[in-house]
Ligand binder design. Structure first.
Ligand code: ZN
Length: 389
C-alpha cells in the first residue's frame, strides 16, 4: 500500500505547489505519520524509516512460529526477506517517480506495507506508471524466484529439509500475495491509483476519481460478502474490505469538496488577519504569540515585507530546547516556506495541503505576503459559500 503524494492527483503538468525557497538547505522535516518511526538508512538519497509497530509484527510472527518447531534461522530469514521485498516495492514507486521528475521525501515501512511520500503530486499517466511500478517489482521477484526454483529442481514445499529452498518458496508466495493485495482496484491500494490514472487518460480527473471510488466501494462490498458468507470466511478479508471501503469513501468525499471549490482561488479563501514575526524578534516573543493566539504557524517577514521563513510549533519547541528563549527567530525559523500563488485554483491548493496537512501554506504574490491558507480554512469557506444563493 502506498501514498503517492496526497490522496488525489493534480491536473496535468501542475508544478510542485510547495517549491522550497532557493538557497535553503535544511533537512525536510518528516511528514505526518512518520512520528514513531526510526530512520534506518538512506537509499538513493531517500530516507528509509521503519514504524515502531513493525516490531509488533516481528514479535507476533516470532510467537506464532515458536510453537511450530521452525528453525530460528528460517524464521528470521523469512521476515527479513519479506521486509526487503516491501522495501523494493516502495523503491519501485520512488525510482519511477524520480524518472518522471517527482522527488521522494521518505519511505516509511509499516506492518501493513509501506508508504512512499512524494514531494510532488503525480497525475494521469504519471500516477498510473508510479502506482504500477511497486506491484511490478513484486511480480518480477515472484516470477524470477519461481523460475529459479524450477531450474534448480527444488521442492515446492513451505517447510523442507534444506531451509534456503523453503525460503525461496515462501518468498514466491509472499510476493504473489503482496502483488495481489496491492492490485485490488480500490483506494488506497496501488490498483485504485492505477485505475484512476488509466481512466483520467480518457476522462476528466474528477470523473475518473468518482468512477474509481465507486468501483472501490463495490469491490469492498464484494470482499465483505465473501468474508462473511463465502467459502473463505475470515477476519483478515473483512478488515481489508473495511480499509478499502473507507479509503474509497474518503476519496469520493474529497473529490466532492474539490468539485465544490472548482473555479475558486486561494485569494478567496485565505485568511488575512494573523500575527507575523520579524527575523530579529526573540523566540520568547514568538512563544508568547504562540500561546496567546490560535495560530499554529507564524510567517517571518523582514523589514522590506519579504517572507524570510516560517515559525511553526516544531520550530518553537525545538528552538526553546536547543537555544533558549533569547535566540532570534532568524536562527531557528524554517526556511522552506510552503507557498501558493493567490490565483492558484483552490482544488490544487487542497491537494498540496493534503500532502503536508501539518502546515498551512502562505499566499504570496511576487514577494509580498497576502495571506495564509489551510485545510480548515478551505472547509469553512466551502461551508459558507455553498449556502449562499
Ligand atoms: Zn505500492
Amino acid at each position: 500500500m502506498t501514498q503517492p503524494g496526497g490522496p488525489s492527483p493534480t491536473g496535468p503538468g501542475s508544478p510542485d505547489p510547495y517549491p522550497s525557497e532557493p538557497g535553503s538547505s535544511g533537512p525536510v522535516p518528516p511528514g505526518p505519520g512518520s512520528s514513531g518511526s526510526l530512520q534506518l538508512l538512506t537509499l538513493f538519497g531517500i530516507p528509509i524509516r521503519v514504524h515502531f509497530t513493525f516490531l509488533f509484527l516481528v514479535v507476533l510472527v516470532g510467537a506464532l512460529l515458536a510453537g511450530t518447531g521452525e528453525p530460528a534461522a528460517l524464521a528470521v530469514a523469512t521476515l527479513l526477506a519479506i521486509f526487503g521485498c516491501l522495501l523494493l516495492h516502495e523503491l519501485g514507486h520512488a525510482l519511477v517517480a524520480r524518472q518522471l521528475g517527482i522527488g521522494t521525501r521518505e519511505i516509511v515501512l509499516l506492518p501493513i506495507g509501506g508508504i512512499t511520500r512524494f514531494a510532488g503530486i503525480p497525475s494521469g499517466g504519471a500516477e498510473l506508471l508510479i502506482a504500477a511500478a511497486g506491484p511490478a517489482v513484486n511480480l518480477a521477484i515472484a516470477i524470477g524466484l519461481a523460475l529459479l526454483i524450477t531450474a534448480l529442481g527444488l521442492p515446492w514445499d513451505l517447510v523442507s529439509e534444506s531451509w534456503p529452498a523453503a525460503l525461496l518458496v515462501r518468498l514466491v508466495l509472499a510476493n504473489a500475495l503482496i502483488f495481489g493485495f496491492n492490485m485490488l482496484p480500490a483506494f488506497p491500494m496501488d490498483g485504485g491509483r492505477i485505475l484512476r490514472g488509466g481512466l483520467s487518460l480518457v476522462m476528466s480527473e474528477e470523473r475518473a476519481t468518482q468512477v474509481a471510488a465507486g468501483f472501490g466501494q463495490a469491490i469492498a462490498l464484494l470482499l465483505a460478502l465473501l468474508a462473511l458468507f463465502g467459502p473463505a470466511q475470515n477476519l483478515l478479508l473483512l478488515v481489508i474490505a473495511l480499509v478499502v471501503f473507507f479509503g474509497a469513501s474518503q476519496e469520493a468525499a474529497y473529490n466532492r469538496t474539490r468539485l465544490m471549490v472548482r473555479g475558486r482561488t486561494a485569494r478567496e479563501a485565505m485568511m488575512t488577519r494573523f500575527e507575523r514575526l520579524q527575523p530579529q524578534d526573540s523566540l520568547e516573543w514568538a512563544t508568547r504569540l504562540f500561546l496567546a493566539t490560535h495560530q499554529r504557524c507564524f510567517p517571518v517577514v523582514d523589514a522590506w515585507g519579504r517572507v524570510a521563513g516560517l515559525m511553526d510549533r516544531a520550530a518553537i519547541v525545538d528552538g526553546l530546547a536547543k537555544h533558549g528563549p533569547q535566540v532570534a527567530v532568524l536562527e531557528v525559523m524554517r526556511r522552506q516556506v510552503p507557498a501558493v500563488s493567490p490565483d492558484a485554483p483552490l482544488g490544487e491548493v487542497m491537494r498540496a495541503l493534503q500532502v503536508r496537512a501539518d502546515l498551512p501554506a502562505l499566499v504570496i504574490d511576487g514577494e509580498e505576503l497576502l495571506g495564509m491558507i489551510d485545510l480548515d480554512k478551505i472547509m469553512r469557506f466551502n461551508e459558507v459559500t455553498r449556502r449562499l444563493p
